[in-house]
Design a binder for this molecule. Structure first.
Ligand code: DON
Length: 568
């Protein structure tokens, strides 16, 4: 009898212990957990994801719940009015992706932002309702859930409804984000109604922020799935709002929007399999092209972030970003993109042969320059108890997107149309890319740099990473991968390590100001590189499965103030 009650007590205690949530903010020590991990830019959203795992949900269930939670808690990029990409890799070897990138509205035209002088009028591709692409997030989450989810859909949306309805605390990130966008809240009444208090004053640190309209929209989505957003009340409300305020998205646009399941792009790197997002994201192709070039060097022997390593890294970035500008766009509108060639090892060898070990190449001036891109996106990663992984990057484009809230809907609308090449044929060092694959066409998806990636070995996922950061995303993600594979860092060290960015044109390398020594930079500059200090680059959220000890590790980049890795 006694033995029995002891063992029962023991089992109860063990069960309690096992369900205790483990939690860590950024730092160099990974969180270790036995049953699953979610890491995101919002500690509340990571917790929501882990709660779903605890309820028996799989990685896709947790990813769906986390997406909706982020739409409430992380309005700078978490969204239902934007779009993005999900990469899935099951422990059984099945890998797939979901493309829920926004689309150009049916009424859009190639030159829709240009005035008579051929220039973009008033930044209209980034501002105003004309900059809004047809949102994809709800359709993407719904499709992923239909294909791979396990728990009922309603259970996954429920936590977000509750958070919006009952309110969340105003953190420093929310407080400062709201303040820095004050002029937009003053300009757009529907936004002021969400981001200012009822009396028109600003939210203070520690206030409770309730989003009633968003709660109602999420409730529609909870009850009706995809159709709750793309049909009926919300669709009519959004289309009416567009019509009344100069936008062009119609109920037909919404009705026609479909997320697409796509084959991932795949490469190999030193025995690992790189599984990433295909076009309309450029991320996967460019990462694989870069890694193929770098595979020909013994990078570890140079030392992490040594001048020689940074030189080779830069040269691989320069060449791969040039191809990005020339060839990539929406695959549904560009049938002849040379993806296989760009990701081919022999092609990488020819590019490698053009790299001088001691001297920087010069980016060709005549062609494709980098336009401004904002850095406000968000990435999160999930691993469930079975070792299935999900890697999601989604965005509104700018921080808080267009800053315009759909009246009555309570959600921010993206300004993703700015990711198209707005001026056909005009490509110059001052900021335009005018190449054909990414020109505006009705129902086309704009080219993206978002790079949710899963790295596997022998068909089984090992780690998932990704980052925000506009065009820097690709380089940030690639460096996290290199840190793990070449330099033996753990997942936390790999997301924290200082990073650089070069995107072919402008021909300059930006580096995180606090992360590199003067001596290293001097040696690097002596090779002919131009450098520019910047603030933080990206924010990587990563999970890792140590199969030898059967433990999951996760890390939230400390660059994300509200971020946290949660596991159990
Ligand atoms: O899709 C893209 O590449 C961009 N619209 C992402 C925007 C972005 O990353 C902003 N910030 N992090």
């Amino acid at each position: 009898m006694k033995m029995r009650s002891i063992s029962k007590t023991f089992v109860v205690a063990l069960t309690l212990l096992l369900s205790i949530t483990l939690f860590a903010e950024g730092g160099r020590t990974p969180l270790r957990a036995k049953n699953g991990i979610v890491t995101s830019a919002s500690h509340i959203a990571s917790q929501v994801g882990v709660d779903i795992l605890k309820q028996g949900g799989n990685a896709v269930d947790a990813a769906v719940a986390t997406a909706f939670a982020l739409a409430v808690t992380w309005p700078t990029a978490g969204n239902i009015g934007g779009g993005g990409f999900m990469v899935y890799h099951g422990d059984d070897g099945h890998a797939t992706t979901f493309d829920f990138r926004e689309k150009a509205p049916l009424a859009s035209t190639e030159r829709m932002y240009l005035g008579l002088d051929g220039l973009v009028v008033d930044n209209s591709n980034h501002r105003s309702l004309l900059s809004v692409g047809v949102p994809g997030t709800v359709a993407g989450m719904y499709k992923a859930h239909q294909e791979l989810g396990k728990l009922p859909w309603a259970d996954l949306v429920a936590p977000a409804v509750k958070l919006a309805r009952e309110g969340i605390p105003i953190t420093w990130e929310l407080y400062s984000g709201f303040r820095s966008n004050q002029s937009f809240w003053d300009q757009y009444p529907s936004s002021g109604a969400v981001f200012l208090k009822e009396d028109g004053s600003a939210y203070e640190l520690g206030d409770t922020w309730v989003q009633s309209d968003l709660a109602a929209t999420l409730q529609l989505i909870q009850d009706q799935g995809r159709d709750g957003f793309y049909k009926g009340k919300n669709a009519k409300m959004l289309a009416d709002f567009m019509r009344a305020n100069g936008g062009i998205i119609t109920e037909e646009d919404l009705e026609k929007y479909e997320a697409v399941e796509r084959e991932p792009v795949r490469g190999t790197y030193r025995g690992y399999e790189i599984v990433s997002m295909p076009p309309p994201s450029s991320g996967g192709v460019v990462i694989i092209e870069m890694l193929n070039i770098l595979e020909g060097y013994d990078l570890a022997s140079y030392g992490h972030n040594s001048a020689q390593y940074l030189h080779l890294l830069t040269e691989s970035m320069r060449r791969s970003y040039a191809d990005r500008a020339e060839y990539l766009g929406d695959p549904d509108f560009n049938e002849s993109m040379p993806l296989d060639r760009l990701m081919d090892k022999d092609y990488a060898a020819t590019l490698r042969a053009s790299i001088d070990m001691d001297k920087a190449s010069v980016s060709d001036e005549n062609e494709y320059a980098g336009i401004y891109e904002s850095e406000e996106t968000t990435h999160y990663s999930v691993v469930d108890k079975d070792g299935n992984m999900v890697s999601v990057t989604y965005t509104l484009e700018n921080g808080y997107g267009s800053r315009i809230v759909a009246e009555g809907g309570g959600y921010l609308l993206n300004n993703e149309m700015g990711d198209f090449n707005a001026v056909p044929g005009v490509t110059n060092r001052n900021g335009q890319i005018g190449t054909t694959p990414n020109l505006i066409e009705p129902e086309k998806r704009m080219l993206s740099s978002m790079s949710p990636t899963i790295v596997a070995r022998d068909g089984k996922p090992v780690f998932a990473v990704g980052s925000p950061g506009g065009r820097t995303i690709i380089n940030t993600t690639a460096q996290a991968i290199l840190n793990l594979i070449d330099f033996g860092m753990n997942i936390a060290e790999s997301v924290e390590a200082p990073r650089i960015h070069h995107q072919w044109l402008p021909d300059v390398t930006s580096f995180e100001g606090l992360g590199f020594s003067d001596d290293t930079l001097r040696l690097y500059e002596e090779k002919g590189h131009q450098v520019r200090a910047r603030g933080e680059q990206g924010s990587v959220m990563g999970v890792y499965y140590d199969r030898d000890s059967d433990i999951f590790l996760g890390a939230a980049d400390s660059r994300a103030g509200d971020g946290a890795v949660v596991g159990y």
